[in-house]
Design a protein around this ligand. Structure first.
Ligand code: SF4
Ligand code: SF4
Length: 372
């Protein structure tokens, strides 16, 4: 009969940073939190994330007896700094579509369980952080992230994964809530440019840059464009500034060759000019939250980041993208970006574009001209 120790050993053998177990009891506090914060989380049900159902592991597996939590470290290798400037690190080597990295190891773990007579499910909608806390594997930060208690130098560069099983294993003792030192003056909260963090470990996901880069059907509101900075997809700002992450951040690490190899596909200029076929083959397999129908949004995020770079190197690309795309939201953002970069070339382009524009795009061009 497989023991808890056998399982933990297997997890380490497969390259997970840590492992633990907890009961398959429902996560009542999480359900209550979601119910009480529908304004902030109601969208998750609309897009089918099923977070409320996920608070009861028995909806995933009626015979559920325990949850095994596997802790994956996702920033063990270095990424090109140009990519880190524009993308959240957890998305840079994401194999949820390509299934050639982490997915292979999860599959091997489940095969090991199956060979030992244990059925398992790996649901996407269980409260992973709450499960890890209940399994005593870390604590929360005021940036709403899980900090590992043992792995990755106790940093937040970890992703807890839950495996629901039909076998009972002795649960670990739950860990406490917030683990931030008192001397840290809420650096993450102050550093969050869009004020998404509430200061008590909670977040309004709708205000988080990560959310805003993939959800929403409108042009990004003007007051958020500058705070969103250079990020195109995801955001790591509240992790980068956190003193609990300093040790892990300062570590020497080898370059991630897979990510380095695809860096040219994620260059802002390549993204701004990509067509649907290129998006589907080179970008979507790695960052898939936006469908091919939302190419305008990818490009709008890129145009906003180019504007915030203040680099007139991007002016010709922005002008070309304006001429080659007719989506008003993208064109409006390009006008904003040209206005933000400023200078003679950008101003001349805006004056030319004004002549053939109308509606919201015209308003954006006029506002941009007012700022150069
Ligand atoms: S990821 Fe960025 S936007 Fe989201 S809470 Fe952290 S700092 Fe704020
Ligand atoms: S920056 Fe400070 S308050 Fe925020 S998570 Fe890190 S230690 Fe906690």
């Amino acid at each position: 009969m497989l023991t808890r120790n056998d399982i933990i050993e297997k997890a380490f053998e497969l390259g997970f940073e840590d492992a633990g177990s907890t009961t398959a009891e429902p996560f009542d506090a999480q359900l209550e939190y979601l119910r009480n914060h529908q304004e902030e989380y109601g969208w998750t049900e609309k897009v089918g994330l099923g977070l409320m159902a996920g608070t009861d592991p028995k909806t995933v597996m009626p015979a559920a007896k325990s949850i095994i939590v596997l802790m994956e470290g996702y920033f063990r290798e270095a990424f090109p700094s140009t990519l880190e400037a524009h993308f959240g690190r957890c998305y840079l080597d994401d194999d949820r579509v390509t299934k050639d990295g982490l997915a292979v190891r999860i599959k091997a773990f489940r095969s090991f369980l199956r060979e030992n007579g244990i059925d398992s499910k790996v649901p996407f909608n269980l409260p992973h952080r709450a499960a890890a806390l209940r399994a005593g594997m870390g604590s929360l930060g005021k940036n709403a992230l899980l900090y590992s208690g043992r792995a990755a130098l106790m940093s937040s560069w970890v992703i807890p994964l839950t495996v629901v099983v039909d076998r009972e294993f002795a649960p670990d003792s739950p860990a406490g809530g917030l683990g931030c030192p008192e001397w840290c003056r809420n650096v993450c909260v102050a550093a969050c440019p869009t004020r998404a963090l509430k200061g008590n470990g909670a977040i309004d996901p709708r205000k988080c840059i990560s959310f805003m880069t993939y959800f929403g059907k409108e042009i990004t509101p003007r007051e958020l464009r500058e705070p969103m900075g250079l990020y195109v997809y995801g955001c790591d700002r509240c992790q980068n500034v956190c003193p609990r992450n300093l040790s892990w951040l300062s570590r020497e690490r080898p370059m991630n060759a897979r990510v380095e190899a695809k860096a040219k596909d994620f260059d802002p200029r390549a993204l701004l000019h990509m067509d649907g076929a290129r998006f589907k083959s080179r970008v979507w397999p790695h960052m898939f939250y936006l469908s091919p129908n939302n190419l305008w949004k990818w490009k709008m995020n890129v145009a906003r980041a180019m504007g915030n770079s203040l680099d007139d190197f991007y002016v010709p690309d922005l002008i070309r993208a304006y001429d080659e795309n007719d989506d008003g939201r993208l064109r409006g953002m390009i006008a904003w970006a040209l206005g933000r970069i400023g200078g003679g070339k950008a101003k001349g382009a805006l004056e030319r574009l004004l002549a053939g524009s109308n509606g919201v795009v015209r308003e954006e061009i006029e506002a941009a001209l007012g700022s150069v």
